[in-house]
Write a protein that binds this ligand. Structure first.
Ligand code: UGA
Length: 453
């Protein structure tokens, strides 16, 4: 089948390369000339495992082509995917300017079967219907167009795997013929295909991300309660996860959820729900709880260090999760801002294996970016592990003790072996756990008001 994808971000590019791999002829376009130039020479301009190999293989085989002009790229396509960004506006609504702009550039065609335009971008409920009306108003009457909603559930860092092994494929179609054509297109993917109406497909996407956000805030608040009551949150998460009604995923406590999707989509759902007269109070509370976590970590640091203002503190990991270079709504940015505001004079160093220029752009300029964990940790009075990159797990107690002025680690993701580190003289305090206890380290509630001497 001839396909076109408008938008070469992670979702659009993975969709384009994935369908090309399945044997379709795919044209992918984007307004960003720099990005298209890189893609045309086989370079994927962001960190996404396996995507570059997939793109190169299919471009070399002639099944995947790149362009800048949506009219040209979509002119032969039977199915056109719109995968453009829908960022949060000031009011929390998803902004649809790029979607309308992309739709307005689609060219006319000569009769034949109806063209299908698929919205992949995350959008407010009712957008597919609005888009169809807009296209029909603009295109000549012989251009029959159907707009469907096939929301994307892939995660950054595992996008390629998620494309080929999705948990489910949701097809919100306006009529049975459109559903059948899209079902045929997706049939080779090993997943249940759920056919539904367009509004349900659109809301299902927002609901999925909002559900994850609520679950994560539950995990983080439960971890805080465990900390205050002398219980161990990782043990609790394990116990909860063994209940098949609950399951083990998205119970990991940390510094909060970030990225370009969960916070944005949860905010959008709250706005949409308020306007629809069906408030989503749980989702709103999840967002508020999430926003508190950097402050909570700052207070932990204050408890572990007397007078952080004059101290050097290292941040390990900056991206919103490992396996990406994405700094959008990363907890590290809010944490750095909170620490700098509360402790003028604090020296913040930071290292991330992948964030590169994105970190420079996103973080306050006072943060000193380093090119290794060692250089960030050298002379530090404490370190906060913000993102659980695997390389931090290979740091040894000896490394922390020899590089840092004082080996105090606040492990914001429970990624390190606190007991082993502690046994070797490193103070490692996890999330939702009592501090590991070297002989001279207070335990229980005393730890909450600790002044490290
Ligand atoms: C999320 C959804 O998981 C995808 O299904 C969806 O397609 C995507 O948004 C989207 O709408 O495009 P992603 O933004 O890549 O994917 O992020 P996740 O892997 O879901 O992680 C979100 C945040 O939750 C991260 O900050 C992560 O560190 C945090 N998290 C995750 C935890 O704090 N604990 C956990 O146990 C799991």
């Amino acid at each position: 089948m001839k396909l076109a994808v408008v938008g070469a971000g992670i979702v659009g590019l993975t969709t384009a390369a994935g369908f090309a791999e399945l044997g379709h002829q795919v044209e992918c376009c984007d307004v960003d000339a720099g990005k298209i130039g890189q893609l045309a020479s086989g370079v994927v301009p962001y960190h996404e495992p396996k995507l570059e190999t997939l793109v190169r293989r299919n471009a070399e085989a002639g099944r995947l082509r790149f362009g800048l002009d949506p009219e040209q790229s979509t002119s032969q396509a039977e199915v056109i995917f719109l995968a453009v960004g829908t960022p949060s506006g000031d009011n929390g609504h998803l902004q649809l300017a790029s979607l309308w702009a992309a739709a307005d550039k689609l060219g006319a065609w000569q009769g034949g079967r109806p063209r299908i335009v698929v919205i992949k971008s995350t959008v407010p409920v009712g957008t597919a219907e609005r888009l169809e009306a807009r296209l029909r108003g603009r295109l000549p009457p012989e251009c029959d167009v159907r707009v469907a909603s096939v929301p994307e559930f892939l995660r950054e860092g595992t996008a390629v795997r998620d494309f080929f092994e999705p948990a489910r494929i949701v097809i919100g179609a306006p009529d049975p013929e459109t559903f059948e054509r899209l079902e045929l297109l997706h049939r080779r993917l090993p997943a249940p295909i759920v056919g539904t109406d367009r509004r349900s497909a659109e809301l299902a996407k927002l609901a999925a991300n909002a559900h994850l956000a609520v679950r994560l805030s539950f995990a983080n608040e439960m971890a805080a309660l465990a900390e205050q009551t002398g219980a161990d949150y990782p043990a609790i998460a394990h116990i909860l996860g063994l209940d098949e009604r609950i399951g083990p995923h998205y119970l990991g406590a940390g510094l909060g959820f970030g990225g370009s999707c969960l916070p944005k989509d949860a905010r959008a759902l709250v706005r949409l729900a308020d306007e629809a007269g069906a408030p989503q109070t749980l989702v709103a509370a999840a967002l508020r709880a999430n926003a508190m976590l950097p402050l909570r970590m700052a207070r932990k640091l204050e408890a572990a260090l007397s007078g952080p203002s004059r101290r050097k503190v290292a941040l390990l990991g900056l991206t919103f999760k490992p396996g990406t270079d994405d700094m959008r709504e990363a907890p590290s940015v809010r944490l750095a801002a909170v620490l700098l505001r509360r402790h003028p004079g604090i020296v913040l160093t930071a290292y991330d294996p992948s964030a590169g220029e994105n970190a420079k752009r996103a973080l306050p300029s006072a943060v000193r970016l380093c090119d290794s964990a060692e250089s960030a940790l050298r002379g530090a009075d404490a370190a906060i592990l913000v993102t659980e990159w695997p390389e931090f797990r290979s740091l040894r107690a000896e490394d922390f003790k020899s590089w840092m002025r004082r080996p105090i680690l606040l492990d914001g993701r429970n990624a390190l072996d606190a007991e082993a580190l502690n046994a070797q003289g490193v103070v490692c305090i996890g999330i939702g756990r009592l501090p590991a206890t070297p002989a001279d380290f207070p335990t229980g509630s005393a730890a909450n008001s600790l002044e490290w001497k």
